[in-house]
Design a protein around this ligand. Structure first.
Ligand code: SF4
Length: 438
């Protein structure tokens, strides 16, 4: 069966920094027009332009890169995902160039899912119209909270009214596939305000909702404040782990009761509206990421290769997004001295843009853990056929322990996390990993 490729394009620019984030994104001042594209371009034209140029060049060298890694690069793309950062800040012309680069190298299927992440109120009309012409058919809004005081407290620049107006704007233009991201555990969030946010998410009728637990980077403003017990960014009001877990569990129930069904730990959709691009990650289908800190996975024979681009914007702009991997060094684990000085220097550099070969055993672990993130779970028979009875045998013994603890359940040859297992998924995965490899 022909494998189809997912293409991810990272756009690491934001209009303002969220208090919990320390992502290596450039922060762009905006023009008074409120048009994300022109404002951003006016404040930092050089860097954003250079970035688009670099991404186009990286797309143009994808074949060469895959050949260098001896990886299979599918020629046809059926999902495109612009993530960030805030990709909706790019100008119309910049979007045109990125799509031209992509379509110049790959055949993008006529029915491809094309998603743009967007901060509400931060997609200028010109960019929006151009994206519609270019085939955008899905928008993912970084709402985080429909409660204005909460959104403001973490540095989001939108209100509930703006979010709802944006959703209406997309629908009026024919874009029905809309996601809203919500964060559980934000500073100043209460059980009641969380209910309000989830309710608005349900009532606005979008077919897809993502619910993420707050992750605070310790080098972010909020993270530093939490360590110092300060109050400016609301560190004192961040929910405890138990409260966050309770709110997450409640959201799962409310969403499911309204027909927005959980299909992955953080993702919920009405039937047929799941994110085709993100599902590729959990099913280990091939994808290539372009841009800052973008990650890729391609198959090669029975195995696979994963690599990540640098997370240093200046390095990326200088064209040093990836380490050079020569055939002699390809199968070494990162950091292993090669005995060759040039190679060792590249290896040190490659700690950031790391290339990892995935053999049968590692592939099997990934198939289990990524597959178990999805509610449908994993088909043990299919795994046995793909990875062999020996690896499967070790795993089955490890599984019985978590099964007895009520964290996973079986139905025929399918195995899935229970609702309780999803609450502590990391613990389940590490227990499986430790026991399966003992
Ligand atoms: S929009 Fe995303 S990448 Fe940008 S500052 Fe906020 S959390 Fe970070």
């Amino acid at each position: 069966m022909e494998r189809l490729l997912g293409a991810y394009i990272s756009v690491p620019f934001c209009r303002a920094k969220c208090s919990y984030c320390n992502f290596a994104s450039g922060v762009l001042g905006m023009g008074a027009s409120g048009d994300g594209a022109s404002g951003a371009g006016a404040s930092e034209p050089g860097r954003m332009e250079r970035y688009v140029e670099r991404v186009c060049a990286e797309i143009g060298s994808a074949r060469e890169r895959a050949a260098e890694l001896r990886a299979e690069l599918p020629g046809r793309v059926d999902t495109v995902y612009f993530g960030g950062g805030t990709p909706s800040l790019l100008g119309a012309e910049q979007m045109r160039r990125l799509f031209a680069a992509l379509r110049g190298e790959f055949e993008v299927s006529a029915d491809a899912e094309i998603t743009i992440e967007c901060a509400p109120g931060q997609m200028g009309d010109e960019t929006f119209e151009e994206l519609l012409r270019l085939g955008m058919n899905r928008v993912s809004f970084g709402v985080q909270s429909f409660v204005d005081a909460e959104a403001r407290a973490v540095g989001r620049m939108h209100t509930r009214a703006m979010c709802l107006a944006e959703i209406a704007r997309m629908r009026a233009a024919g874009v029905e596939e809309i996601n809203v991201d919500l964060i559980v555990g934000l500073p100043r969030q209460t059980a009641a305000s969380w209910r309000e946010s989830v309710d608005v998410g349900i009532e606005c009728g979008v077919p897809h909702v993502s619910v993420y637990m707050l992750e605070v980077d310790e080098d972010s403003r909020l993270g530093r404040e939490m360590l110092a017990h300060g109050t400016r960014y609301g560190a004192e009001s961040v929910a405890s782990e138990d409260e966050t877990a309770e709110r997450y569990a409640a959201a799962c129930e409310w969403l499911e009761a309204s027909g927005v069904m959980q299909y992955e730990i953080s993702n919920f959709a009405r039937k047929g509206h799941e994110s085709r691009h993100n599902v590729k990650y959990w099913r280990r289908e091939p994808y290539v990421g372009f841009g800052l800190d973008a990650h890729s996975m391609l198959r090669c024979g029975e195995g696979a290769v994963r690599w990540g681009n640098t997370s240093d914007l200046e390095k990326y702009l200088a064209g040093r997004e990836q380490g050079t991997v020569t055939p002699a060094s390809q199968d070494r684990s990162p950091g292993t001295p090669t005995g060759n000085r040039e190679q060792d220097e590249l290896r040190l550099f490659a700690v950031d843009p790391e290339v990892e070969r995935i053999g049968l055993e590692r592939g099997f672990e990934e198939a289990m853990f990524l597959g178990l993130r999805m509610n449908e779970g994993i088909d043990l028979e299919a795994l046995r056929a793909e990875f062999g009875a020996e690896l499967m045998g070790g795993a089955v013994a490890a599984l019985s322990d978590v099964e007895e603890a009520g964290l996973v359940e079986r139905e025929g040859s399918w195995l899935r996390l229970t609702a309780r297992g999803r609450m502590v998924s990391n613990e389940v995965f590490s227990r499986l990993l430790v026991e399966a490899t003992v």
